[in-house]
Design a protein around this ligand. Sequence first.
Ligand code: FNR
Length: 383
Amino acid sequence: MTVITCIDDLKALHRKRTPKMFYDYCESGSYTEQTFRENTTDFAQIRLRQKVAVDMSGRSTASTMAGQPVAMPVALAPVGLLGMQRADGEIKAARAAAKFGVPFTLSTMSICSIEDVAAQSPDPFWFQLYVMRDEDFVDAIIERAKKARCSALVLTLDLQILGQRHKDLKNGLTAPPKLTPANLIDMATKLTWGREMLATPRRFFGNIVGHAKGVGDAASLMSWTSEQFDPCLDWTKIARIRDQWGGKFILKGILDAEDARAAADFGADAIIVSNHGGRQLDGALSSIRMLPEIVQAVGDKTEVWLDSGIRSGQDILKALALGATGTMIGRAYVHGLGAMGEAGVTKALEVMRKELDISMALCGEKRVQDLGRDNLLVPEGFF
Ligand code: FNR
């Protein structure tokens, strides 16, 4: 029995237990992967300032994100194809998040549909929207998210054109996987993964298949998706979507101070400083490097959250100390899901909360809201 002490342990198990094409889909960035790598190595350059002889009792990681109470300021980021990491992966992640007391965000590109997840998750979840050219599809999916009582809409802005991940092309990534001899051999060695997949009703891209014009199966979906991301997404269209949604509205994928100011002026309930986990513009700076400039540009106009590169509670602490009021994690919980299903997502959250709590105490702080620049030591010229 493997003792799990950190996210890296879950990552090792994820790699062992999941077909290579899906593990690689998660653990990769676009092109040279420079931004993907620097998202994590930049966090490591920021150091924590230890404080002693302070009262550390009565600590709390509790906070709110867009008005919603959270056990810690962390939400599960939208991740496509979760249901290929483990059967019903979206449902498993949503349940783990609800039990733990943090939000789960369902991707447009999920395997389980909005309705599947709503039927099986105890709490409302957030829905992430990719804006497609087909306006009827966009209108309908917003209505479906409303009907399913999704409590926030997260609109992703940084994927109207697709960055290329070399590994996905080399692996011939598809969902469901093509039944080639190499894939069959690989899948045959991933026993739990295969057993759970076989025991689960076949669901594929439930938000799209059967809901978009001309998309009746997984094969027609591939060509639909490659043509559908709307390259003309601008503030007029964003406003139309916000008005149709009418609820909490979060803009994801901002990495520039001017864009952040525009999003804040627009009235977003929160913005997410993100480079999509290094999967889009390779060569962009890490989110954590861009954070202070964006926090300063936005002021109190909206909540600023951060994702990309968070692998520990110490990383969460660093983002909060630099002015984010919330964070999102992607791969950290996907590793948990691929390693151990729902229990693995819970484990990832537990590990990170404990790391956050202990590091906060050793920094001499009791509440996540009290963290600030004083808690950090940052190399000169870093920002
Ligand atoms: C993503 N991300 C993403 N974002 C989004 O808005 N919609 C999506 O469908 C996906 N899909 C997706 C798949 C996979 C496998 C990954 C790893 C990421 C980006 C995600 O929401 C988030 O921004 C990053 O994962 C954050 O970086 P870390 O925490 O993974 O380093």
